[in-house]
Design a protein. Structure first.
Length: 456
């Protein structure tokens, strides 16, 4: 009676490996947006457009509110992530309720890539257009990452999730590095191509959107939807019916999460320290250009260095996790993050070598801390509730990370000092370390009803 199952096992394993490889490709597709757009070009470029649009008082006035041009990008990122808080739980509930995550992932990919490609028309004093496109693209990006991450516990067993997760991150950093090399060539030699500096930047932004949309086709072909006993809505059901079911499921999810306090404790810790991570990623180029006086080429090379070392660092930290456990490895990375922030505040202006050293330090801990946090959370998600719980995780990952950019923007708004703004981020890593150290991960995994790995 058991022979057919045994005979089918190699085919199932091959299909699972193929799906895992397809899953990696979404990291390849979207990492160029997060790197080229959010980390390198858009912050300084949108800030310069806002400066050009400033009135005699030195402020821009979106919705009639006086804002320093140097704070506009941070506030816009914060607004986009705040809107993501509203979008992700509903998308997660709909995905689990219908059993069809892949169409939602495809919708987010198309929306985000089109909005990013639309940044080609961002020039002159169109800072409001830039803010609007950033909000649309970032909401689509965040929601798509929630859906993408929720596949992890479905395509990888408990013992291999650290490895699968870190390989995905490494794959994404490799893609971002390749794209940055091309963008560095284009930007550095823009006069040779007959382009202005602004036109070169706009082509880099738009090509990132095209990259996102093009390479998303691979995971959308290989990933498959899984019908569970919780997916009761018919795929062909009308939109209002599914929407109502999604809202009802969202309320149920919020009630259910209160029954898993250890999962919530991990989410709280992750919310705090990852807020610091995300803010460093999005604001580092603004800090480098505005406070340290570094040119765009230096910033691109720095971020390229981050991508190369982050790919290697993610794989290295995956090996450390197999030896010491993922929780201890992440705690070690938070110590390194705190030291990096302190060093960043003391960097001398106009010295690229020191900024490169800071980028190297960030790269070594960035990929691993994010990848291992994702795999840790996958162990404390109740089975069958992956998309809903990963919507809460993505809220912690990016949706509530509006606090960091808001703190950064307010610190600069009040003081006019980017050094004080970057220094304010250190508290996120210190408090996050304390909260994560207090989470009993083995008990949390068991409480979620999942098998406890030998080392976590």
């Amino acid at each position: 009676m058991h022979a057919p199952i045994a005979d089918d096992q190699p085919a199932r394993l091959a299909a699972l490996r193929r799906e895992q490889r397809g899953w990696y490709w979404y990291d390849w597709a979207n990492s160029v947006y997060s790197t080229t757009v959010l980390t390198v070009f858009l912050g300084p470029y949108l800030t310069s457009i806002a400066q050009a649009a400033a009135g005699p008082d030195g402020f821009v006035h979106p919705l009639g509110i006086p804002v320093r041009p140097g704070s506009f990008f941070a506030y816009t990122v914060s607004a986009s992530l705040l809107l993501s808080v509203l979008a992700m739980p509903l998308a997660g509930a709909l995905a689990d309720r219908t059993g069809r995550k892949k169409p939602l992932l495809g919708l987010c990919s198309v929306t985000g890539s089109v909005a990013t490609a639309g940044m080609f028309w961002l020039e002159g004093t169109r800072y409001l257009l830039g803010g609007a496109l950033l909000i649309v693209a970032n909401v689509a990006f965040v929601v798509s990452m929630m859906l993408y991450n929720s596949y992890l516990p479905q395509i990888a067993g408990p013992e291999e999730r650290d490895a699968v997760s870190t390989r995905g991150w490494a794959f994404g950093y490799a893609a971002a590095g390749l794209a940055l090399i091309a963008h560095l060539v284009l930007y550095g030699a823009h006069t040779s191509f007959g382009l202005t500096e602004g036109a070169a930047i706009r082509i880099c932004l738009a090509s990132s959107g095209l990259w996102w949309g093009l390479f998303s086709v691979i995971p959308l072909r290989r990933l498959r939807d899984r019908w569970t006993d919780r997916a009761t809505a018919r795929p062909e059901a009308g939109g209002p019916a599914v929407l109502g079911q999604g809202l009802a499921q969202l309320r149920a999810t919020l009630r259910d999460m209160r029954a898993h306090p250890l999962t919530l404790a991990f989410l709280l810790a992750y919310l705090v320290y990852n807020d610091g991570v995300q803010t460093v990623i999005t604001q580092a180029s603004v800090y480098g250009s505005q406070e340290l006086g570094l040119d765009q080429t230096t910033l691109i090379i720095s971020v390229l260095l981050v991508q190369v070392l982050a790919a290697a660092g993610a794989l290295a930290m995956g090996r450390l996790a197999r030896r010491y456990g993922a929780q201890r490895t992440v705690l070690g990375s938070l110590v390194a993050w705190t030291a990096t922030i302190a060093a960043g505040c003391a960097l001398p202006p106009g010295e690229p070598a020191w900024f490169y050293a800071l980028a190297a330090a960030i790269g070594l801990v960035l990929g691993g801390s994010q990848a291992l946090s994702r795999s840790l959370f996958s162990h404390v998600v109740p089975r069958g509730k992956e998309a809903e719980y990963f919507s809460a995780y993505e809220i912690s990952d990016r949706g509530v990370s509006w606090l960091g950019p808001l703190a950064f923007g307010v610190a600069y708004q009040l003081s006019g000092s980017y050094r004080l703004a970057i220094a304010s981020l250190g508290v996120f890593f210190v408090v996050g370390f304390v909260l994560l150290a207090r989470v009993p991960m083995r008990r949390a995994v068991a409480a979620a009803g999942n098998p406890v790995p030998d080392r976590i």
